[in-house]
Design a protein around this ligand. Structure first.
Ligand code: NOJ
Length: 568
């Protein structure tokens, strides 16, 4: 089904809210739903985002911080009650915030009633809800698949003498989506939350939902980690062609989508976690009739953020892959990746926020990135993440990017009471990085993010306008956004040298946003000189025609021509 151009989610900025680390209100050192409620004003009024995606708060043993769901329709007692959730949705809607939930359907906790039943006997009615197979004659696992967090993807269960499949860890066995009863149960779970008023879902681990029905061996990878976005240890030694990306996934997504669509207006939205090797493959998750995900998350920038050439390539290639009528999106950070400030460095982080919030497409901000938080240092005794515990020492652990939100300079940053140990340590020097410290500092990352969100809200061209690359030195990324005669130039310098970019409409520029606040309000004449790691948003007065792309404007440091007006 085609989406209407007025769809709210196209204009929205999504905020990924890691519930466990946002705000503790019951004094156990862990964030909770009441904590989210207490910060709704921050999200809507102070920051100015339009939708929150809440990471899982369902009943869970918390082996994988809640992605190990034990009951899909219950709130974990550590997070609150169903009535707290209802209050959250009502209060969020009152202030104009949409609420998206994580839909975790690839696997469940091994403590889920479905799995406990399934493993109890070969004859159990839920046996086929998970993937069970006999050992090979020599006693080895049914095929060569590996678990992402270490070891084989199969574990032998002594009760019935069969192996069960788990793409990540034996503590989170994979559901068998070849069994229609599983699909129905998960649709019922989705309907449960839709009936309670949620505005949509972020679908977890989409390409892993369904596996090859024949369970064929994965081929060995000739270049380990090829196609993976980061080196992943032994897991990277295989091509994951049979344990992920099964074509049958599209039918699953279509069913889910039609459930969402059946709720009518305002549109319920479905976005999804899709890591794919090729953009063409990634784009298939929109659905051939745009009847699957409203968009698969575009993680491209996350892996290239420091390199302007690669950034241009990602924008160009991903935009070209988005099917006609579909809508792009961009992501810079999430709970599975190291913080952008640690990947790109503190100097470049504001520039990247400007990139994220001025590109054409729905942006998703990871909580704390508006403060420019870097990764927190995790001592070995503080490790919680099963990935780090399973494959230690490779830098795959995800605790560093999940530290509690620092609200104030109090001990524990106002996240939890001062005498309580938070579930993960707070960031070093949290006081100066806190919301309270940054709010009144015009040059802070928080102030910049707020200003950019404000500009995006009032300037149609930043939300829905066209986007075209603008000529810039190699060390920069520049583009024009335009809508109904309103035009802005975004000029971003990724280097530690200054750079000059010519304006399309000489004499008509006006800097309305900059990573250097002092420049805001200034006029820009023929060209704009960007200081090292500076980003500027220049309003271009209406009527003037865009001048042809110059052939001889030089970067101060390189002195070379850059006659180009296309992404490269
Ligand atoms: C994908 C989620 O993003 C990740 O955080 C989680 O650990 C895995 N799914 C396993 O459930």
């Amino acid at each position: 089904m085609r989406s209407s151009t007025a769809a709210w989610w196209r204009d929205a900025v999504i905020y990924q809210l890691y519930v466990r680390s946002f705000q503790d209100t019951d004094g156990d050192g862990v964030g909770d739903l009441q904590g989210v409620i207490s910060r709704l004003d921050y999200l809507r009024e102070t920051l100015g985002v339009d939708a929150v995606w809440l990471t899982p708060f369902y009943r869970s043993p918390m082996f994988d911080s809640g992605y190990d769901v034990q009951d899909h329709t219950e709130v974990d007692p550590g997070y609150g009650e169903l009535s707290t959730f209802d209050e959250l949705v009502a209060r969020a809607h009152d202030v104009g915030l949409k609420v998206l939930l994580d839909f975790v359907a690839t696997n469940t906790s091994d403590q889920h009633a479905w799995f406990l039943e399934s493993r109890s006997s070969r004859a159990n009615a839920k046996r086929e809800w998970y993937i069970w197979r006999d050992p090979k004659p020599d006693g080895s696992p049914p095929n060569n698949w590996l678990a992402m967090w270490g070891g084989p993807a199969w574990t032998l269960d002594p009760t019935t003498g069969q192996f069960f499949l788990h793409a990540f860890s034996p503590r989170i066995p994979d559901l068998n989506w070849h069994n229609p009863e599983v699909g129905q149960a998960m649709l019922d779970a989705a309907a449960f939350w839709l009936d309670r008023g949620v505005d949509g879902f972020r679908v977890d681990a989409v390409p892993m939902l369904l596996k090859d029905a024949l369970l064929r061996d994965n081929p060995v990878s000739t270049s380990p980690s090829a196609g993976l976005h980061k080196p992943m240890g032994p897991y990277g030694a295989q091509q994951h062609v049979h344990d992920s990306g099964d074509p049958g996934i599209h039918a699953i997504l279509r069913e889910l989508r039609s459930l969402l669509d059946s709720y009518g207006e305002p549109e319920r939205v479905m976005v999804g976690e899709v890591h794919a090797t090729e953009w063409t493959d990634w784009a298939t998750y929109y659905g051939s009739a745009l009847d699957e995900l409203h968009f698969p998350f575009n993680f491209g920038l996350m892996h290239v953020a420091t390199n302007p050439t690669s950034v241009r390539e990602v924008i160009k290639a991903s935009s070209a892959a988005v099917p006609a009528g579909a809508w792009p999106n961009f992501v810079l950070g999430n709970h599975d990746e190291h913080r952008v400030a640690s990947r790109a460095g503190a100097e470049l982080t504001p520039v990247l926020m400007m990139l994220l919030l001025t590109l054409r497409g729905t942006p998703t901000i990871y909580y704390g990135d508006e403060l420019g938080l870097p990764d927190v240092l995790i001592r070995p005794e503080d490790v919680r993440d099963p990935w780090e515990l399973g494959v230690p020492g490779l830098g795959l652990g995800r605790d560093p990017q999940r530290s509690p939100m620092p609200w104030t300079g109090d001990p524990n940053g106002g996240f939890c009471p001062p005498h309580i140990r938070p579930w993960l340590p707070l960031i070093e020097h949290h006081s100066s990085r806190s919301v309270a410290a940054q709010l009144d500092r015009p040059g802070s990352m928080l102030s910049l993010t707020r200003r950019l969100l404000g500009l995006r809200r009032v300037r149609e061209e930043l939300r829905s306008g066209s986007q075209s690359p603008w000529a810039a030195p190699d060390t920069c990324v520049a583009y024009l956004r335009e809508h109904a005669g309103q035009r802005s130039l975004i000029a971003l310098n990724f280097s530690d040298h200054s750079a000059r970019i010519r304006l399309p409409t000489p004499g008509r520029g006006h800097i309305i946003g900059s990573t250097n606040t002092e420049r805001e309000g200034a006029k820009a004449k023929e060209s704009i000189e960007l200081a090292p790691y500076e980003g500027c948003l220049v309003e271009l007065a209406g009527a003037g025609a865009v001048q042809p792309v110059p052939s001889s404007i030089t970067a101060h440091t390189r002195g070379e021509d850059y006659p180009r007006s296309h992404w490269r």
